[in-house]
Design a protein around this ligand. Structure first.
Ligand code: AMP
Ligand code: ZN
Length: 472
């Protein structure tokens, strides 16, 4: 039984899909005008892992993540760089997908773009006007929050606090009937991209796009809607008002929100200027380290970023990578198949690790605990599934190790890896040359090959079974 903490009810609830064996997920996507920072990378990694987990236990997941490709920030960037908005968004969509791929984040089932969904957006606004849930003032259409009695049900407390403080998150204009009302459609300003509508030549507000796209690709009621916790208000609150208002059905059964990635205990954000791009951090520490780092905390706990913590994460992941290399080495060097008596007695331990891993993941996707169980398995493997163990035993350990690390998407090669560094075949080649040099008593040559490999991040070890290597 999978339990999910639902922001809507503020408690963990048993997951029950709308359609048996299927999960419909909508994860709010980025506004594409810059490279993502590592705070933005957190929801990518977290919700990709949620998806992977569902898939690993037999669900088919329909995963939708939009690209917001029309927005003030995009228009500003295009003007600054003397480019068209199309050029800006096409470039950043490409780069964002590359970043996601480097994080081992699987592509969504659908990646709709707002500019390609205008008909549906306009239709939904029309329905809201017909139902008295929206009104037009001089070409601008607002949502009529007073007409939706459940407005505020997701953000509750946040909303009260915001109302009291009249936050900058609530736009104040004279046209609105109520200060909580928000824009569904707005007229263009000079030089801005626009679309024709019954109200004005203009473009949609931010919130309506997700409601329209979720409906088109996933239907009126979806299983999981997700994003970072800053989206609870106003974005997700407004999505509920729009979707439930227009469709007359519950919008999402589970609302999941990741906590912030912080730097010096403050939210990493573009506007505070305290951000680091994923590119920067990925190139310094490895993209796989970034993924491992994010999953080493529970997604609802704040996570602090620092160089030291990234170093520690790199070392931690290194232990898991070495365990894989050791298991592969033991597998290829094992000289007999059948389990020994000791191994037969140890085998049930594997089932226990697997059971505890699932327990952790089914408890609101506790990846922190899941990773600590992988470390226990690494220790177990290093102790029992090494040289001298039977092939069948090592195979069982290796199968479980691969299964669990794959669910979290931990071990993979990313683009930069493929372009830099030596491949396994190249390393084997150097090892053979070194062995030949040693045989010929050319120790200087042998040492220089060892040093060269070390510079490339490859350590070689002479063992009784032969030479083995590991990447560090
Ligand atoms: P934005 O580009 O600000 O709309 O953010 C894209 C996604 O990243 C949203 O789901 C945000 O909630 C999330 N996000 C932004 N900053 C952070 C952060 N510092 N930590 C975690 N998630 C974040
Ligand atoms: Zn959204």
């Amino acid at each position: 039984m999978i339990k999910i903490y639902n922001t809507l009810t503020k408690q963990k609830e048993e997951f029950k899909p709308v359609q048996k064996d299927n999960v419909c997920m909508y994860v709010c996507g980025p506004t594409v005008y810059n490279l993502i920072h590592i705070g933005n990378a957190r929801p990518y990694i977290v919700f990709d892992t949620v998806r992977r987990y569902f898939e690993s236990v037999g669900y088919a997941v329909n995963y939708v993540q939009n690209f917001t490709d029309v927005d003030d920030k995009i228009i500003k960037k295009a003007n600054e760089e003397g480019k068209t908005t199309d050029e800006i968004v096409n470039y950043y969509i490409h780069e964002t997908l590359k970043d996601a791929n480097n994080l081992n984040v699987n592509p969504a089932t659908h990646h709709p773009r707002v500019t390609e969904e205008m008909d549906n957006i306009i239709k939904m606004i029309e329905v809201l006007i017909e139902k008295g849930l929206a009104y037009e003032v001089g070409g601008t259409v607002y949502y009529n929050t007073a007409a939706f009695p459940e407005y505020g049900k997701l953000s509750k407390k946040v909303l009260e606090e915001l109302e009291a403080g009249r936050s900058e998150r609530i736009e104040i204009t004279d046209d609105k009937k109520n200060h909580m009302d928000f824009v569904l459609w707005k007229p263009k300003k000079e030089g801005e991209p626009y679309w024709k509508s019954p109200w004005s030549d203009g473009r949609p507000g931010w919130h309506i796009e997700c409601s329209a796209m979720a409906k088109k690709y996933l239907g009126s009621t979806i299983d999981i809607h997700a994003g970072g916790e800053d989206l609870v208000f106003p974005h997700h609150e407004n999505e509920i008002a729009q979707s439930e208002g227009a469709n007359g059905a519950a919008f999402a059964n589970y609302w999941m929100h990741n906590s912030f990635l912080n730097i010096d205990n403050k939210k990493m954000s573009k506007s505070l200027g305290n951000f680091k791009t994923l590119r920067d951090v990925g190139e310094t520490f490895g993209y796989d380290t970034v993924r491992f780092f994010m999953l080493s905390a529970h997604y609802r706990s704040p996570l602090n970023f620092s160089g030291e913590l990234m170093e520690a994460a790199k070392n931690g992941l290194g232990r898991i990578k070495n365990a894989k290399a050791s298991l592969e080495f033991a597998l290829s060097h094992s000289s007999f198949d059948a389990l020994t008596e000791e191994e037969t007695n140890l085998l049930p331990e594997l089932g226990k690790y697997e059971g505890r891993f699932h327990e952790a993941m089914q408890d609101d996707f506790n990846t922190a605990d899941a990773i600590s169980i992988i470390f226990e398995l690494v220790k177990f493997g290093n102790t029992y599934a090494k040289e001298g163990a039977s092939k069948n035993f090592v195979t069982e350990v290796y199968k479980l190790f691969t299964k669990l690390t794959d669910i979290l998407g931990l071990l993979y090669t990313y683009l930069e890896d493929q372009n830099q560094g030596l491949t396994d075949a190249e390393i084997e080649d150097y090892i053979q040359k070194r062995t030949a040099a040693k045989k010929a008593k050319d120790f200087k040559e042998a040492d220089s090959i060892r040093e060269y490999l070390k510079d490339q991040g490859v350590i070689i070890e002479d063992t009784r079974e032969g030479v083995r290597f590991k990447r560090v």
